[in-house]
Structures are given as structure tokens and as C-alpha cells.
Design a binder for this molecule. Sequence first.
Ligand SMILES: [Zn+2]
Ligand SMILES: [Zn+2]
Length: 328
Amino acid sequence: MPEKRMRPAVGAAMAIALSGCGPAATPPVVVPPSSRSAPSAAERAAPPSTTDATLVMLGTGTPNPDPDHSGPALAIIARGKVYLVDAGAGVVRRAAAAQKAGVKELTMPALDRVFLTHLHSDHTIGLPDLMLTPWVLDRTEPLTVYGPPGTNAMVENLEKAYAADIDDRLHGLEPINRTGWQAKAVEIAPGVVYRGDGMTITAFAVQHANWAHAYGYTFQTTQRRIVVSGDTVPVEEVVRQCNGCDVLVHEVYSTAGFARRTKDWQAYHAGAHTSTAQLAQLALRARPKLLVLYHQLYWGSSDADLLREIQAAGYHGKVVSARDLDVF
Ligand SMILES: [Zn+2]
Ligand SMILES: [Zn+2]
């Protein structure tokens, strides 16, 4: 008997796309991840071919080691340049998978800048991977790591942690370049943090548990504005930054799942993250053309449950619960 293999459920988001729905609206269209006949939500949500910025979900996960959701990381690609947000577990391998799936810009040498939202381990545990693996695969540019205060110490300490590896590769027989191992930390404050190649990137402060510095980012090109929430409770600044943006990528947890958590965890999550009900209210005012859920905390709920909860809370715009490798 040939061995049966399960195909990983990546690249197949679930979506509800509604327009002008009143209380008596028809039931939402829910596309199961396993559906291969209908176009995927990502395909339906895909930007027009003329757009000048593409969003690739590299990892949609959380600290939970769910094999279908790598650690949080995404790529925005404009004019051939790659702008990564966060470096969760698996970031480099997911970039390789996306390239294999047709996102040709996601080469190893192109992974040379990352914007960290905050320094929680689930968002940074792939940082040494991002610092070193593309170097071994011919990245000659140092990795530039933009992030909140504390980024410099993290990068310096990671270089120390891998000093023996770096030394061995530089001084052994590997025909390796002399420059790509270096990482350059740039500690940033809210405001415009990058401008060039037709891209303007703005960091903005969000509110996440006890972190003194946690950021979201807005990516603005001529044709598109993409806003990424990072980890946060609902904050007014996301509404201001989006204000009718093309794509709002926002973290979320299931309201029903939350009710199944213990009281002490509920207290933490309420001060750290955003529920589906809260996100629905926020999205009504932020008015994104497309709302993309990521960093989903399910706690027993499904993608379809998240979408139903958002609809039940009064948001009827286009919304997708992202899976790894979705492209928008
Ligand atoms: Zn997180
Ligand atoms: Zn966090």
C-alpha cells in the first residue's frame, strides 16, 4: 500500500465577502480550506495585477506550535524590494515556500530588512535564522533590523550567541561572502521610519500587555496602503492609520474561545490582544477594503467561527482569516 500523505492546509484562507447586507442578509459564503474547485479566498482577494505592492503571509501563528501556522511574519513586496514584518519561527522556510509557489521576489538575498513589531519571542525567535541562513545562501547585504528599543541588544546578543558559527564559516573552507552575516539594528520611535524605492513606512504605537514599546506599521506606496496591527488591544491609532486603507492586517482572538480560558489567562489576553467583537467595531470605523485576520488565537474555535463572530458583531465588510502563504 502506498503511504497516504496529508496535504498541508496552507495558502487557503477562509473568507466572508458581503456587501450591503442588512439584518435579513443571505448567509455568508464560507470557503472551506480543503476546497480546491472554487477559487480560494486569497485568489478572490488578490490585488489587481497592476498594483505596486503585494502582501504575502509567511506566518500567521502565535506561540502555539501549530504546524499549519508558522510564527508571525509577513512580507510586503514593492518594486522588487522585500519588507519583512516580524521574524517568527519558520520565517526563512516560509519565504522559500512562497518563492517556490511563485512569489519570485522572495529570494534569500532579498531578505535583508525586517521591521519588528515588538520583542516577544514568538515574533523574534526566527531572527537568528533571518540573520544567518540567507547569508549562507549568498546574501551579501547585512540584515537591517528595525525595531523598538531593545532591538540593538537583541541583535548584539544573537551575534554573540552565534559567534562560533560565524567564525567557523568565515575562516573555514566555505566559499562564503564576508559581509552578509552582519546585522544592523535600527531602533525606531513612532513616525516615518523608512522612505525609498516608492515606499513609505510609518511605525505607530500600539498597546500590548506590559510592553513599553510595541508597534504597528503602515506601508504606503503610490497605489496601496497596507496597515499591520502587530500585537495589540484595539487602539484608535489603527483606525487613524487605516482610514479606508486597502488592507488592514489585524491580530485577533475568538470571543467564544476566550470564554473557555481560565480567569488568569483571560485577564492577560484582555490587556494584550483584540477579540473578534472588538475588531468588528474597530473595522467599522477603520473601513479597510479588505480585513485580514492573522495571529489568530482560536482556543478551540475555527476560521469559520472567527468570521461568524465578526459578522455577528456587526461588521459586514470583506474579511479573510489568513493562512500561511496567502497572497493579497
Ligand atoms: Zn504574538
Ligand atoms: Zn506579543
